[in-house]
Design a protein around this ligand. Structure first.
Ligand code: IDC
Length: 321
């Protein structure tokens, strides 16, 4: 073969290979890297910090319509890499086993988009995780079996312990049981453990963390118009003491999920989270008439949501996270 035609053939081969690579990318979102916990951080296989940034559904019993791929994709375009699926655990708060299917749809949608997904057992009015422990066991057995080895899935085992609950007597023993149960199936998926006082007292947990288990992180929640310096101190203390923390829920209004927005405090929170490379998931994907809802009440879309459809808190959050 002449030199010139050899060159043309080589160029064609390279272009063909690039075409395959490009085509492959276009069809399927890149798989997010597998996660692990190292020291006080969530990292990838090369030990580089991975910051989970995302949005949480409202209770999927009330707002199931937002659990869909196009809706999640809208938030991905605005910078999210994570979806949290909030499954309320108490009968009085919308627990319904027939909603497992919604969790499955949500995991699939997030997975198809190359996003991380947190399966959240959303205890709230049932302040003590032991109250619905039997249902929690059934829930996590089902999902850990199903998603064993699926590296974009994380398990959050008790949203917000509150009321007459202590770390040592209630939450830690509950967590150890759930970890054992999940690890029967899923050996490495990150398990996020809720902390006392609506997932705020991470400083107490840092004194007595769960030992001899891998890939355990702890939940921390804040609402910027209620929680300020004092709570930031708790987070800083715990994280600097070595506790791996992830903010699986926050908003910039008050702790009721409603009321005024406090941008000054919100900025201080973002600064701290960015400095410590701590992940953050915003509450909530709905158009409910409450400040924390990320979508405007007048917007009825459940897919292809754009920045202009977002509420005031939604716009601020996607502009500053
Ligand atoms: C709120 C919702 C609200 C709902 C209420 C009770 O925003 O629409 O009526 O729950 O289910 C949390 C909880 C989260 C709360 C949120 C705001 O984890 O479930 O959602 N919040 O109050 N912790 C602190 C604040």
């Amino acid at each position: 073969m002449k030199k010139k035609s050899m060159l043309i053939a080589a160029c064609a081969a390279v272009m063909f290979a690039l075409g395959i690579a490009w085509g492959g990318r276009a069809c399927q979102a890149a798989k997010p890297s597998a996660l692990k916990v190292k020291d006080n951080k969530i990292v990838n296989a090369s030990d580089k910090a991975v910051v989970l940034k995302g949005v949480s559904t409202h209770g999927i019993a009330w707002y199931p319509q937002y659990v869909n791929k196009q809706c999640f994709k809208s938030f991905k375009k605005m910078g999210a890499n994570t979806i949290r699926l909030a499954f309320y655990s108490d009968d009085s708060a919308g627990y319904d086993k027939s909603l497992y299917i919604k969790v499955e749809e949500g995991v699939k949608a997030a997975t198809d988009l190359g996003m991380y997904v947190i399966i959240d057992w959303h205890i709230l009015s049932d302040g003590n995780p032991k109250k619905n422990q039997k249902k929690a066991k059934e829930f996590f057995t089902y999902f850990a079996k199903k998603y064993a080895g699926q590296t974009n899935v994380l398990y959050e085992i008790c949203n917000e312990p509150n009321g007459d609950v202590t770390w040592g007597r209630d939450i830690k023993p509950y967590a150890e049981k759930m970890i054992k149960l999940i690890r029967k199936y899923d050996k490495n998926g990150i398990i996020i453990v809720g902390t006392p006082t609506w997932s705020q007292d991470v400083d107490l947990v840092a004194e007595d963390p769960i030992r001899n288990q891998n890939n355990i992180a702890y939940a921390f929640h804040f609402y910027a118009a209620t929680h300020k310096d004092q709570l930031r101190e708790k987070l800083k203390t715990a994280n600097e003491k070595g506790l791996p923390v992830i903010v699986t829920e926050f908003s910039i209004c008050d702790a009721s999920g409603n009321g005024k927005i406090d941008k000054k405090e919100a900025k201080a929170w973002m600064k701290l989270l960015k400095k410590h490379k701590i992940g953050r998931v915003a509450w909530n994907i709905s158009n409910k008439n409450e400040t924390s809802a990320l979508i405007q009440p007048s917007c009825k879309k459940t897919d292809k949501i754009s920045k202009k459809n977002l509420s005031k808190s939604g716009k601020w959050i996607v502009g500053n996270w």
